[in-house]
Write a protein that binds this ligand. Structure first.
Ligand SMILES: C[S@@+](CC[C@H](N)C(=O)[O-])C[C@H]1O[C@@H](n2cnc3c(N)ncnc32)[C@H](O)[C@@H]1O
Length: 259
């Protein structure tokens, strides 16, 4: 199969086919979190690093006002085109999740699948929390999902999953290439195998993710001191099954309340 080096996020059509099919569990989980944990009525949502807006479109269709930002202009165009096609404003904008200001505050922000770990430094992570706190109304919730680096037990090192729509099939793979604990960096390989009736090829990418142990994450939240950790779940997204954050935990969804 022909292989090209490329940036996976530059291919929103393929990204959305793979990840877009996964929207339901996260969407239903977020609705339950709102129902159970929000002290305020939630009418508006903000998604930092929204990518193609696979969740934004579902929430827009349920009557929420949605907005998002992302560094990748291709993803933002894709997201806005879809919102517009369905009759909603082009409310996603190109921007850095560690340096932005919203014209209108939201009632809840969500960031479900590790995008936060793209922020390369402690300073940018702190700045991200400041921007999110600023973007939220009083008591607003921030739902933050990421993989921590467990110090006990095994890590999931490779995942692969297929997706298909009409004549297009994409097999996505994600694997951990190396971990540098000292410099808090994980190199993650990612590929899309693309199959169309006329061609098939593979796009291969390598991305940097910042590492957080459970303690490092908790410390960061304490230092920033803008959010209260209300409760945590894992990627099973079951609101009836909160988890304890300890050194064995890997996937975690933090429910943070603006102080
Ligand atoms: C794993 S994707 C998640 C996209 C979307 N949140 C979702 O759930 O499908 C990560 C996204 O983070 C974006 N990203 C990385 N660094 C960013 C930054 N500093 N500010 C905004 N977006 C960023 C990438 O462009 C990419 O679209």
């Amino acid at each position: 199969m022909e292989e090209i080096q490329g940036h996976i996020y530059d291919y929103p059509k393929y990204y959305d086919l793979v990840y877009g099919s996964d929207w339901k569990a996260e969407y239903e989980f977020l609705l339950k979190v709102i129902d159970r944990y929000s002290k305020r009525t939630v009418k508006s949502l903000f998604e930092p690093a929204c990518g193609t807006g696979r969740l934004m479109i579902k929430f827009a269709q349920s009557g929420f006002r949605v907005a998002g930002n992302d560094l990748n202009a291709n993803a933002i165009d894709f997201c806005n085109d879809r919102l517009e096609r369905h009759g909603y404003p082009r409310s996603a904008f190109v921007g850095d999740m560690s340096d932005f200001k919203l014209p209108k505050r939201a009632d809840l922000a969500f960031n479900m699948i590790n995008s936060f770990r793209h922020l390369p430094t402690e300073k940018s992570a702190e700045s991200h929390f400041k921007c999110i706190a600023n973007a939220l109304n009083k008591d607003g919730l921030y739902v933050l999902g990421l993989h921590l680096t467990p110090l006990i037990g095994d890590r999931v090192e490779k995942e692969s999953w297929p997706a298909r729509r009409g004549n297009l099939a994409v097999i996505s793979s994600l694997w951990s290439e190396s971990i540098d604990i000292k410099n808090r960096n994980e190199k993650v390989g990612m590929s899309f195998d693309i199959y169309t009736p006329t061609k098939s090829y593979r796009i291969v990418d390598e991305m940097d993710y910042r590492i957080y142990t459970a303690k490092q994450m908790i410390k960061l939240l304490e230092r920033v001191n803008l959010f209260q950790l209300e409760v945590a779940f894992d990627f099973v997204y079951d609101v009836d099954e909160p988890i304890c954050i300890d050194d064995s935990v890997e996937d975690v969804v933090l429910i943070l309340r603006k102080k």
